[in-house]
Write a protein that binds this ligand. Structure first.
Ligand code: NAP
Length: 669
């Protein structure tokens, strides 16, 4: 018997005599005891707030990204221990791959995106500088800082590892301690992964805690700086988000709920096209992977009326081939549902669907015992009049075919789900894709468009990706998770900071135009990454741009654009007084002015951002450059990235070009 334990304030607390019994979905035998009796949730919150929060906030985003990456790599090393428990949840090895390795990859990607897209500091800068005054002495900046409370993360049973990691990684990256509450039915697998994290010692004390079993009065103790992130059924979400304490305190509540996801077969995707086959393959896979217990699974298949019979035939044939049985058998394609209780639930919901749709397929090979269930396909004769098929989520291998008159009707039917996590569209016609996104986009968190061009590499209808938001409007919970930095911001507070350039530079650790520039003690190219300070800079000498320079540059590069070569034509152009220097000539001369050529700490120029040419440079004008350390970001290896604010001015001190120059610079030592 497994005895998964809670982990509270640095102590493991095992199940008591009153703990619930978790059964094996194949045999019905009890396999685990799960209960949270004896937990003092006040102690859990104090430990998170008093120990975990300060420890996490003592590190910066990049430090925490390194921790999350280390956790993910450690779990990867030990993944076979997790796979050993996976069949007990009813999942095949392939199902487990989505959960275990999918969860690890999600954490790795989130950590990597945090390091690439967030500053190497405590404060996230959200968007550009807002100039709030004419002379530029009063600026505004949106920044985000970690919330000062605890993230309570309540997960569904179907992805015990992914579910934990996809929420845990963003919260830790933000700098918020977490209390994880897995679904009881599969908590032993979550606990095994969680125990590995604690044993690794990678995270600071108080950063993570685990509740196996009920949360009792935990939510009643939360306040305005806490967040609840919930995944599960709409009914539970409604009950939890209605908690008077959460409402009174304005506690952030993120919900990922069930959803009636729809796959739409485009009017062009007739039998014989690659898109028709892609639709059938995807639909059959979505029904049977994890025995249909995926929040993103296709519940409604919306197809043109003319091809309904072809769809039924193609799907029946594919579903018939699915081998159902013991999930630990490598030949098995579909295991049982997670529990007998869940089987009863799915059976009852199928009956609701059957009240307004005809069953057109039922798999004959599902074992009768345990929590096994046969995949079932229904056909609705009147999808406009139907209600249950748009509202009832049978969280198993059950789907309904809905005939549509045309694309607009298909979009209307897809939207009848009241808000979904994902809708897919199978089309090779860009006009169909555009029309569908316009008509249906407001109702779905993600639109997956499949065709022959992307099929080889596409990740599938059902896969939430860490790069893209996961969530959906309305019925799907109105929440969002993942989506790179967007997912991390759910655990941070955005604050609009206003002040002078000098104040904002210090607050954000990023140089803002208008704040004083301190002269570098020597040429900046002679200083290593660690010695350079934000706000240090140099101003170069002047260089005069001649007509010869312009003609030479034109001949050398082949850029003979008339504004550089033809005085009359240039003058007729509303932007130029006559012949002017190429913008790229100005950039090249600028580099010639600020570069210190000998080998040194500057290793490479890796790009430039936000280039603007502000004023033309005419023959006879003189230019010079101001180069200021704008931002520093440590990178792996012995170097870091310096972003320089480069401003090119003319002899009248007017800016002619501005950009952010990126260089890799060696670290000290
Ligand atoms: P559920 O019954 O709603 O339970 C979800 C979680 O809430 C579980 O951890 C459950 O714990 C907990 N919970 C239930 N009552 C609670 C209470 N009073 N206080 C605190 N926690 C409570 O859902 P499920 O059966 O686990 O999962 C299936 C559903 O989740 C499906 O409807 C599916 O569509 C949805 N889902 C959605 C997503 C998504 O990303 N949108 C992902 C996966 C699943 P116990 O297990 O201990 O009751």
């Amino acid at each position: 018997m497994l005895t998964p334990s809670s982990y509270i304030a640095g102590r493991w607390i095992g199940p008591s005599a009153y703990a619930a019994r978790v059964e094996n979905p194949v045999t019905g035998e009890p396999i685990a005891l799960a209960g949270s009796e004896g937990i003092d949730f006040g102690v859990a919150l104090s430990w998170a707030n008093g120990t975990g929060g300060p420890a996490l906030r003592a590190t910066n985003v990049h430090d925490r990204a390194r921790m999350v990456k280390a956790v993910a790599l450690m779990l990867k090393e030990r993944k076979e221990e997790l796979y050993a428990l996976n069949p007990l949840t009813g999942a095949t090895r392939k199902d487990g791959w989505i959960d275990i390795e999918g969860g690890i990859m999600t954490a790795l990607t989130m950590a990597s995106k945090a390091r690439r897209e967030m500053p190497d500091g405590e404060i996230y800068l959200d968007g550009p500088v807002e100039q709030l005054s004419r002379a530029g002495t009063f600026l505004g900046r949106h920044v985000a800082v970690p919330m000062r409370g605890v993230a309570v993360q309540i997960n569904a049973f179907n992805f015990p590892v992914w579910g934990m990691l996809e929420k845990l990684a963003p919260a830790l990256l933000a700098g918020m301690p977490v209390i994880v509450k897995p679904a009881t039915q599969t908590c032993y697998l979550t606990e095994a992964a969680f125990r590995m994290i604690v044993e690794s010692g990678i995270l600071p004390d108080g950063a993570v805690q685990l509740v196996v079993g009920r949360t009792d009065d935990l939510l009643d103790r939360l306040g305005p700086q806490d967040a609840v992130s919930f995944t599960g059924s709409a009914a539970t979400a409604l009950a939890l988000r209605s908690n008077p304490r959460l409402l009174a305190a304005g506690t952030r509540f993120i919900a990922e709920q069930d959803s009636l996801n729809a796959a739409v077969l485009g009017p062009d995707a007739v039998p014989g096209t690659p898109e028709f086959d892609l639709f059938l393959n995807e639909a059959a896979a979505e029904m049977t992977v994890k025995a249909g217990q995926k929040c993103t699974a296709i519940r409604r298949m919306i197809v043109p009326e003319a091809v309904v019979e072809h769809v039924i035939d193609g799907l029946s044939e594919r579903l018939d081939r699915v081998r159902i049985g013991d999930p630990s058998d490598p030949e098995t394609r579909m295991g049982p549902l997670v529990s007998m209780a869940h089987k009863a639930d799915v059976t009852a919901r199928s009956a609701q669907i059957a009240s307004e749709a005809r069953r057109v397929f039922r798999h004959a090979g599902a074992p009768c015992e345990g929590a096994f269930i046969a995949p079932e396909l229904y056909l609705s004769d009147d999808p406009d009049a139907a209600r249950a098929i748009h509202e009832t989520e049978a969280f198993g291998p059950v789907a309904t075919i809905l005939p549509a008159r045309d694309l607009a009707h298909a979009a209307q039917l897809a939207n009848r789900g009241g808000g979904s996590l994902v809708s897919s569209l199978f089309t090779h016609d860009p006009a169909v894709a555009r029309a569908y996104v316009t008509e249906a986009g407001a109702w779905h968190g993600r639109i997956y468009i499949s065709d022959r061009d992307s099929a080889g590499e596409a990740t599938g209808h059902g896969s939430p990706l860490p790069h893209m938001i996961h969530g959906g409007p309305g019925r799907a919970g109105g929440g969002e998770e993942l989506g790179g930095v967007r997912g991390i911001l759910h655990y941070m507070t955005r604050v609009a900071v206003q002040g002078s350039p000098a104040i904002l530079s210090h607050v954000t650790q990023e140089h803002h135009a208008g704040s004083a520039v301190r002269e570098c003690p020597s040429h900046p190219f002679r200083q290593d990454f660690d010695t350079l300070e934000v706000g240090q800079g140099i101003e170069t000498r002047f260089r005069t741009v001649t007509l010869d320079d312009i003609e030479h540059f034109a001949a050398f590069t082949g850029d003979m654009f008339y504004a550089h070569m033809d005085a009359d034509a240039a003058k007729a152009n509303p932007f130029f007084p006559g012949r002017v220097a190429h913008g790229y000539l100005i950039l090249s001369f600028a580099a010639g002015l600020f570069v210190d050529p000998a080998p040194g700490p500057v290793l490479a120029n890796t790009g430039l951002n936000n280039l603007r040419f502000l004023k033309p440079v005419s023959p006879g004008d003189a230019i010079r450059v101001q180069l200021v350390v704008k931002r520093k970001t440590r990178r792996t290896g012995g170097y870091g990235e310096i972003a320089w604010a480069a401003t090119v001015t003319n002899q009248h001190n007017e800016p002619v070009a501005e950009y952010e120059l990126l260089t890799m610079v060696a670290r000290a030592g």
